[in-house]
Design a protein around this ligand. Structure first.
Ligand SMILES: [Zn+2]
Length: 310
């Protein structure tokens, strides 16, 4: 189960990462009880389709105390200070493993996806916010407390806008380059260019989401393309810091925003090539997630399968 800031994606996953049954839920604005109820009901739905489920892995958008399975703090879901693993295990009657959602995604991409074979890799998941995970020396790196990898909260603009959600920061990368930022930038672009296809969508009463911006960009709308190009540059500025700090072999971009593909990534690569310290910039690869927006779900399943074997 990959529990994101606005949606849940789950599935029954085999040991070879085949997905047999998927489940989707949306929970914008749900409180803690509703959120947990939606999670439990989604797990029960997939168990109905596959009664042989042995364990449940959760990727959650929280700072996670991995050893205790606790959600310590959460920017986008009302699940802070919660013994998530024990609560779910008790309710479901199954072994449960809980990790940060982007850690789970990084694990899946490292084991079987776009970072396979790399000893040093970073994953950024662009969705409601920006999740991050990293593989250092071939292992998932969680930091002193389990809180490492929050690249979305690197400050790239000291006087920038307040970070959405519960983050006390300003000008975080997440403000400038998340999937939600696509929608915010798209809204501004639509207001400025009411005659563009994007502008007409807004005039027709549609909410300008990241998905609409991406769809119109792929169909050739210049306004939508320039939104993605601009966000690609901002993303690139964040990646410059990551490249200089960690010298990874590969940076994998995942989450829903991966649908933008090279319309986003080309400019990010360009900014890294121009601004990161040259020897590291020349070697790093910046690639889309092999599993698209399903890396987190697959990684959560991998963690659960390993937990059962251990
Ligand atoms: Zn922040």
């Amino acid at each position: 189960m990959d529990a994101g800031g606005t949606k849940l994606l789950g599935g029954v996953v085999d040991s070879d990462l085949g997905v047999r049954h998927r489940v989707h839920r949306f929970w914008r604005g749900a409180d803690r009880q509703e959120t947990l109820g939606i999670v439990l009901e989604a797990v029960e739905e997939v168990r109905g389709a596959a009664p042989d489920v042995e364990a449940v892995g959760f990727g959650i958008p929280s700072l996670v105390d991995f050893a205790r399975g606790r959600s310590v703090w959460s920017n986008h879901l009302p699940i802070l200070d919660l013994p998530f693993r024990d609560l779910m295990s008790e309710r479901l009657g199954l072994p449960v493993v809980v990790d940060n959602d982007a850690n789970a995604a990084a694990l899946a991409e490292h084991r079987h996806g776009a970072a396979k074979g790399a000893d040093h890799a970073v994953l950024l998941a662009l969705g409601t916010g920006i999740g991050g995970g990293m593989i250092l020396n071939g292992r998932l790196y969680r930091g002193a407390n389990g809180f490492a990898g929050e690249f979305g909260h690197m400050v790239v603009d000291h006087d920038g806008a307040e970070c959405p959600g519960a983050c006390p920061g300003r000008g975080c990368l997440e403000v400038l380059a998340s999937g939600a930022a696509f929608g915010r930038a798209g809204q501004i672009a639509a207001e400025k260019a009411p005659e563009s296809v994007l502008g007409r969508r807004l005039a027709d009463g549609h909410e300008i989401t990241g998905g609409i911006v991406t769809e119109l960009a792929h169909s050739g709308d210049e306004e939508a393309r320039s939104v993605l190009a601009e966000i690609g540059c901002r993303l690139g500025s964040g990646l410059v810091g990551i490249v200089n700090a960690l010298d990874p072999e590969v940076i994998v971009i995942g989450g829903g925003a991966v649908a933008a593909g090279d319309l986003l990534l080309e400019n990010a690569r360009q900014v890294v090539a121009e601004r990161a310290l040259p020897p590291a910039a020349e070697r790093v690869r910046i690639v889309p997630a092999a599993f698209g927006d399903e890396s987190g779900m697959l990684g959560a399943a991998l963690l659960a399968l390993e937990g059962v074997k251990a």
